[in-house]
Structures are given as structure tokens and as C-alpha cells.
Design a protein. Structure first.
Lengths: 152, 152
């Protein structure tokens, strides 16, 4: 395929995590860390009315991972799974999504809870979180099985 | 910023929608259309164990939109909002997320419900949908206000 897409940062994350080993991982990991989404001044107008949303999708780049693995063991399991069935950073396209809670805004800076990015990570896009799949309709595949094995 | 990221398709969408006017839009639009995520053979191994998940995030490219608008009127409102507070295709980085329900799989093809992409759209990534924000905790900003005005 000759088709390709070139993306550039719209801003950068301010995070307490300086290296990957700082980020909580594995079963039961809590993501309550607070951080900032520092949007570049040229894009600030695009944040208009974002304060009304409680939760946002942040799309960001795994800018410190190299290459990809189609099969790998996630930190939440001791078995291998396909990369598209995990959130592994070693993906064909190194893109991540994190859902964060919006706490506040000062100009081009969004204060959020739930960051799992490293400090300085490139932000590619922000979108409002508009609706949820009800938990009773959600099947969580190998992750639910790994959780059940851990409890059992 | 000189930093940039080049992404390539991991597959293409099979969709009943041939042009943007075919895609349901606006308040109350239902997204129940069925389609296929046709993953390229070289990435098929990355789908291992995906069948266990009921819902997936599909990250895809707005490959038929040009340029961006920091403020715009979405089809769900008659007022302008910032691009990062909407799902507008005219974004600094033309990336979209759609949550789909996984119905089945045949080799490199995923059959899904809830497509809102055009036929032939480039898929950039697929991730499992692992958890939801409870609806009672979700604030939906201008969209909730537009819905209330429509009902009122």
C-alpha cells in the first residue's frame, strides 16, 4: 500500500511518569494520576466548549516504542495474545487511546485525571467521550479470563 | 515542531456507505450498520484472541476530508464548537475512533456492527474496548444541551 498519513503533535502531555517503569501496569492497576494536556497555542481555539465534558479520549503516540510484535504477552497475563487484542505499545501504527477525566482548563492547558502516558508524550488528537457500552453488555475476552485465574 | 508520525493502513473497511451523505448524522442518529474490517494478510496474526471481545475501538483515517477548522457547527447542533469538543472530520490530525460490536471473524475479516465509515476507509488500528465510564458519571457538554433544546 502506498497510502500513508503523516501526523504531527497538537500538544504534549505533562505527566508524573518519567519512564515506562513508573506507569502502573498489570491486573488491577489503577490509573488515577493527574497530569496536563498542554495544547499548542495555534490549536487553542479548537478547545472551545470542551469544559462541558467530563471525560475525553486522548489519542497519543507511543513515541518511545520501536517496531511491533503481532503476538506478545501483556503485563496483565502470562499468555500471548494478538496485538489488536491488547493495548501493547509495539503496534504496526504506534497509536494509543486513553480515557481521562477533565478536571479543569486554563487556556491551552487541560488538567486531567487518569494519565498513563510518559511526560512529554506527543498528543495527536482529543475527542469528547460521548457514550458508553453498558458493562453488562461488555465481553472482555482473555483479560476477564486472566482476572478470573488470578482470583481463583 | 519537526516531530511527525507516519501511519499506514493495516486494512480497509467494507461499509454500506459509499458517500458521506449516506452516513446517519445528527441528533438521535443510530449506528447499527453492519460492515467488515478487512485486515491485510501480513497483520492477521495480530487478531489472535480478538474473538473474545464484544466491542472494539477502530481507529481510522478521515482519508476523504481535507484541511481543518478549529471552530465548526456539528450536524448535531446549530452552534459552533471547538474541533476537539466534536467528532468533526476536519481536524488537525484526521483520525477517527468508532466503537463497534464484534459479530464474528473469518480469518483476516472481522464482521462488525456500528460502522459509520465510508466504504474503503483506511483502518489504522484496532484495540479491545475494556471498560466504560458509567453513564451517571458522564457529562456530555454542548451535546446534552442541544438534545435538551430539541426535546424542549
Amino acid at each position: 500500500m502506498s497510502q500513508s498519513f503523516t501526523l504531527r503533535p497538537i500538544g504534549f502531555v505533562g505527566s508524573p511518569f518519567k519512564s515506562t517503569s513508573d506507569v502502573p501496569r498489570g491486573l488491577g492497576a489503577q490509573h488515577q494520576a493527574e497530569g496536563e494536556l498542554k495544547i499548542l497555542p495555534e490549536f487553542e481555539l479548537g478547545l472551545t466548549d470542551i469544559e462541558g465534558f467530563s471525560h475525553l479520549y486522548v489519542i497519543w503516540a507511543f513515541d518511545r516504542s520501536e517496531g511491533y510484535e503481532l503476538l506478545g504477552k501483556p503485563p496483565t497475563d502470562d499468555r500471548e495474545h494478538g496485538v489488536f487484542a491488547t493495548r501493547s505499545p509495539y503496534r504496526p501504527n504506534p497509536i494509543a487511546i486513553t480515557t481521562v477525566e477533565l478536571i479543569g482548563r486554563e487556556g491551552p492547558v487541560l488538567y486531567v485525571r487518569g494519565v498513563d502516558m510518559l511526560d512529554g508524550t506527543a498528543i495527536l488528537d482529543i475527542k469528547p467521550y460521548l457514550s458508553s457500552i453498558p458493562m453488562e453488555k461488555l465481553k472482555r475476552g482473555w483479560l476477564a479470563e486472566a482476572e478470573a485465574r488470578k482470583k481463583g
